[in-house]
Design a protein around this ligand. Structure first.
Ligand code: GLA
Length: 403
């Protein structure tokens, strides 16, 4: 009898030993997953929050999808139509999330189908805590159930916020949802919205496809603390996001937050700066305006394909500031094919003459270059690659330099 017990014990031990390497591998996987292969260039699309906040409904989303197709935005690369906070109703008795029946009477699946019928992709929002920032049910404790629900509805993108998370560990919380999205079997871009609190650029490369690096954007150029204390004007976001340039690359981007272009708080020059800086920083370009009713100025900014091409350059380099002299700044972004995007940025309230030297641009001394102005849509000739021009207040001049 004792011999049989010993044999059973030995067999159990042997089975365990065989199991050890497999266990070790799966433990490792938690900290270093393979990337999901999505968002090889920064995601582009539209999100409801900056303009509509909690007043979003299915009519608005449908009209926006229509306008994205009709205005040329879809064809310029804006793909994802994302409903932000406040779409949720209560959870059902068995824990499944439902849509707010007043705002989304046809349900989310029908809306996703509509968005897809326009040749666009569909995105949705949730939160790693018990409640979203708008006080709707969050995904904590329901991650797998929610990921499966979004997948069955046809979601292609999830923005995942960080309100009401208590003492949750961000790395762990985002890994759970990343796993749940993988397990859903659908290709879903994972947009992390943790505001940079736990420095996601240090650990989220294979967890999410992008991570917010700051609090929320305000529709303002440079007034600090104009709105609520967690909101930042464009220049503050730029200064927080710029130093993180080395952490971005294909599939994993620093997200400087959604665009305010067209929302009315900034001048056209300021919106051009906002848009150009986001492109230089390879940030996701997620329009946040009323696309169905935008004016021609807004349209001309959001649809500047030459600026969009800088953002979407397949090399996936995040540009950065190479020179600063008071309010005058020079930024560069390396492009595929040996080109460079060069941005002259005037933060001041008076016109400034700004010069980028060949050295700052990283151009070999004396080597000739073709230079194109991407706001004037003009070739400005060949030069030895130093660029100088007068830049309007709060404005930019932006160039592509090519061999
Ligand atoms: C947070 C996010 C915003 C938006 C709101 C919604 O503030 O950072 O982008 O999603 O929540 O409540």
């Amino acid at each position: 009898m004792a011999r049989i017990v010993r044999l059973v014990l030995w067999l159990a031990l042997a089975a365990n030993l065989v199991g050890v390497p497999a266990l070790a591998e799966s433990t490792q996987e938690v900290v270093a997953k393979a990337p999901n292969g999505l968002a090889q260039t920064p995601p582009m699309g539209w999100n409801s929050w900056n303009k509509f906040a909690c007043n979003v409904n299915e009519q608005t989303v449908r009209e926006t999808a229509d306008a994205m197709a009709a205005s040329g935005m879809r064809d310029a690369g804006y793909q994802y139509v994302v409903i932000d906070d406040c779409w949720q109703g209560p959870r059902s008795a068995d824990g499944f999330i439902t849509a707010d029946p007043q705002k989304f009477p046809s349900g989310i699946k029908a809306l996703a189908d509509y968005v897809h019928s326009k040749g666009l992709k569909f995105g949705i929002y949730s939160d790693a805590g018990r409640l979203t920032c708008g006080g709707r049910p969050g995904s904590q404790g329901h991650e797998y159930q929610d990921a499966l629900t979004y997948a069955r509805w046809g979601a292609d993108y999830l923005k995942y916020d960080w309100c009401s998370t208590g003492d949750r560990n961000a790395q762990e919380a985002y890994a759970v949802m990343a796993d749940a999205l993988r397990a859903s079997g659908r290709a879903i871009v994972f947009s992390m919205c943790e505001w940079g609190t736990a420095k996601p650029w240090l650990w989220a490369k294979n967890t999410g496809n992008s991570w917010r690096t700051t609090g929320d954007i305000a529709d303002d150029f440079d007034t600090p603390h104009k709105g609520r204390e967690w909101e930042h004007p464009v220049t503050t976001i730029v200064d927080l996001n710029e130093p993180l340039w080395s952490y971005a690359g294909p599939g994993h981007w620093n997200d400087a937050d959604m665009l305010e272009v067209g929302n009315g708080g900034m001048t056209p020059a300021e919106y051009r700066s906002h848009f150009s800086l986001w492109a230089m920083m390879a940030s996701p370009l997620i329009a946040g305006n009323d696309v169905a009713h935008m004016d021609e100025t807004t349209r001309s900014i959001l649809l500047n394909r030459e600026v969009i091409a800088v953002d979407q350059d397949p090399l996936g380099n995040q540009g950065h500031r190479v020179a600063k002299d008071g309010n005058s700044e020079v930024w560069v972004k390396a492009l595929t094919g040996g080109g460079m995007a060069v941005l002259l940025f005037n933060r001041g309230a008076t016109p400034a003459t700004i010069r980028a030297t060949a050295e700052q641009i990283g151009w070999p001394a004396g080597a000739h270059a073709r230079v194109r102005d991407v706001w004037a849509h003009k070739d400005v000739g060949r030069s030895a690659a130093s660029i100088q021009t007068t830049v309007e207040p709060h404005g930019v001049a932006m160039f592509i330099v090519q061999p």
